[in-house]
Design a protein around this ligand. Sequence first.
Ligand SMILES: Cc1ncc(COP(=O)(O)O)c(C=O)c1O
Length: 382
Amino acid sequence: MTPARLARHEATLAGLERKERLRTLVPRDGADFSSNDYLGFAGSTRLAMAVHSALQRGVPVGAGGSRLLRGNHPEHEALEAEAAAFLGAERVLYFGSGYGANVALFSTLPQRGDLIVHDALVHASAHEGIRASRAQAVPAAHNDVGAFEEAIVRWRSNGGTGGDPWIAVESVYSMDGDRAPLAELAALAERHDGFLVIDEAHATGVFGPSGRGLAADLDNRRNVVVLHTCGKALGVSGALLGTSTTLCDYLINRARGFIYSTAPSPLMAATVREALRMLVDEPKRRADFDVLRAFANTEIAEKLGVEGSGSQILPVIIGDNGRAVRIAARMRADGFDIRAIRPPTVPEGTARLRIAITLNVDMPTISRMFTRLAAIMAEEKP
Ligand SMILES: Cc1ncc(COP(=O)(O)O)c(C=O)c1O
C-alpha cells in the first residue's frame, strides 16, 4: 500500500481533529467514574473463582464453532435456561455482545411492511440493526409517548395496515441516565398490536426486583423483547435476549450474526450464570449501590447545580467539544477517571462528561470528585 492511498483516511482524521472530535485510546487510571461495572462484579473474587472452577470442570475457553454447529455447548444452554427462569422470559438466547444482539434482533425480527419507531436516543447498535432491517423506520422525540403514537397512526393511515409496529427504547438511557416510560409504551404497543423492544443495558442488575431490570415490572410481556447486556452491571460480557420461544426460534433460523459467527465463550457463559446468582445471593451490593447512587445525585445538585438523572449515569452537559475534552483531561490528571462524550455518540452541541457511579468508588471519593469538578469547570470558562 502506498502512503498516497491513505490520504483520504488521513484527511478524515485531520477533519475530526479540527472539530475536536478525534478519538484516541486512553489507558484506565484513577478512580472509576466512567465504567459500567456498576456493582463491582468485574473484579470480584466470586467471578474469578467461577472462572477457575469452570476451567477445572473442563469448560472450554472457546466454543469452536457456531451455535448451530458444534459450538453449542451445555454451558450456553444452562445459562439460557437459568436466565429465562430468573428473568421470567419464555426463552432466552445468549449473544456474544449487546451490540451484536441489537444488530441481530433489529435486522431480523421486524419484517418488510412493518414499522420501527425508535426513541431518538437509542444506542448506536440499535441504529445499526435498524439500518439493516427491511422495515420502515422513524425516530420519535425522546421519551415522548405521544410522538411514538403519532408515528404509528400516521403509518397506518398511509397504508401500513398489513404489518406490525415495533417500538424501540432503552429502559435507562446510556448517555442521559433517565428512564423510559415503560408502562405507557407497553400499553401503546398493546393498543396498536405491536411489539416493544426494551434495551436494559444500564438497568440490568441495578433496577427491578433482584436486579431483573425495569421490564420485570410490566404486567403483560407477551409482545415484549428484552435485552440484558452482561458486560455492564453483570461484570462479564455478552447479552441475554429474552422473549417468546417463537421469536427466539426465528432468530436461530434467520439472524445472520447468530448463525454465521462463532458462539460466545462457554467460559463466559458459565461466568454470567454465576453473576446472575450473585444478584440473588448478594442483595447487600445493590442496597449499598442504591445509597451511593442517591448520594451522588444529591452531590451533583449541591456542588454543580446540575439536576441528577436519578440513576447511576450522571451527565454534565458542556456543549462545546473542546471544553468537554479539556475538563475531562484535567479531572483524569487529578486522579478521577472521567471521559468526555462527543457527537456523534450524543447529539450535536451536547458534548458532555458522562459520570458513572459504581461500587468501585466510595462516598468521600465522590464528594472530592464533585468539588474538584466544580472548581475546574469554573476555571475552564465556556
Ligand atoms: C444501551 C446499550 N445497548 C447496547 C450496548 C452494547 O452492549 P455491549 O457492550 O455488550 O456490546 C451498549 C453498550 O455500550 C449500550 O449502552
